[in-house]
Design a protein around this ligand. Structure first.
Ligand SMILES: O=C(O)c1cc(=O)[nH]c(=O)n1[C@@H]1O[C@H](COP(=O)(O)O)[C@@H](O)[C@H]1O
Length: 236
């Protein structure tokens, strides 16, 4: 994989014209486009398909509900948005994850596409140990991430979303083939925003991230194409 292909740019905006302009500027410097709740809820699957175009799409809707509901949501999302990567919350539990994995394969087969990678979100990168304590979840965060990643693997998921700090431990626990999608990425001079478990793009890739998810450091830059290009070059 070329270094820039590891970058998934998060285009978080409700505005179609803004998303169109950003996608046109950064497409050549990244491996994929991530569209999430903000964009999808405003523009629907048609908007998602238009912005993704021929670029691999990470559809980030982070489903977390009862198994039957998540299975239905996955079937609809795969059919209408045709993503390359799709995600659910691992904390939805083993039965929910197994239902999502089965629905993903079934929907992809029905429309004759390769099943999207099914990726389970472990502990959000905006959360630290004090937040986990507050909601009554196990700490330290690294242990909780590993626990959820092993559950996701056992349920048939292709990989997980984790912070850069858990990459080495997860590759050791889940194998090198288990795909690690890693947000919480901040160039050294970038604002932290709401990301708590974070790392630079080069350090995250050196640690073994399969994909790094980067939003604001690219999309809010004065020149998004230059920002994406500089990040890609830092990975060489
Ligand atoms: O699933 C995700 O993509 C995700 C999981 C997570 O734990 N943390 C996280 O930041 N994300 C997403 O990754 C993107 C990060 O954006 P920036 O913080 O702007 O780089 C956002 O679109 C988040 O929704």
């Amino acid at each position: 994989m070329q270094p820039h292909e590891r970058i998934l740019v998060a285009i978080d905006t409700p505005d179609m014209a803004t998303a169109r302009a950003l996608a046109a500027r950064v497409r050549a410097h990244v491996g994929g486009i991530k569209l999430g709740m903000e964009f999808h809820n405003a523009n629907g699957p048609e908007g998602v398909r238009e912005i993704a175009g021929d670029t691999p799409l990470f559809l980030d809707l982070k489903y977390h509900d009862i198994p039957n509901t998540v299975a239905g949501a996955i079937r609809s999302a795969v059919t209408t948005c045709r993503p390359r990567i799709i995600n659910i919350h691992a904390s939805g539990g083993p039965a929910m994850m197994r239902a999502a994995v089965a629905a993903n394969k079934e929907a992809a087969e029905k429309i004759g596409i390769e099943p999207p990678l099914m990726i389970a979100v472990t502990v959000l990168t905006s959360i630290d140990d004090s937040d986990l304590d507050a909601v009554g979840q196990a700490t330290p965060s690294g242990d909780q991430v590993k626990r959820l990643a092993l559950l996701a693997k056992a349920a048939g998921c292709d990989g997980v979303v984790c912070s850069p700090h858990e990459i080495a431990a997860l590759h050791a626990a889940c194998g090198e083939d288990f795909t690690l999608v890693v947000p919480g990425i901040r160039p050294a001079d970038a604002a932290e925003d709401d990301q708590k478990r974070k790392m630079t793009p080069a350090d995250a890739v050196a640690a073994g991230a399969d994909y790094i998810v980067i939003g604001r450091p690219i999309t809010q830059a004065a020149d998004p194409a230059a920002a994406a290009k500089a990040i890609a070059e830092s990975l060489l």
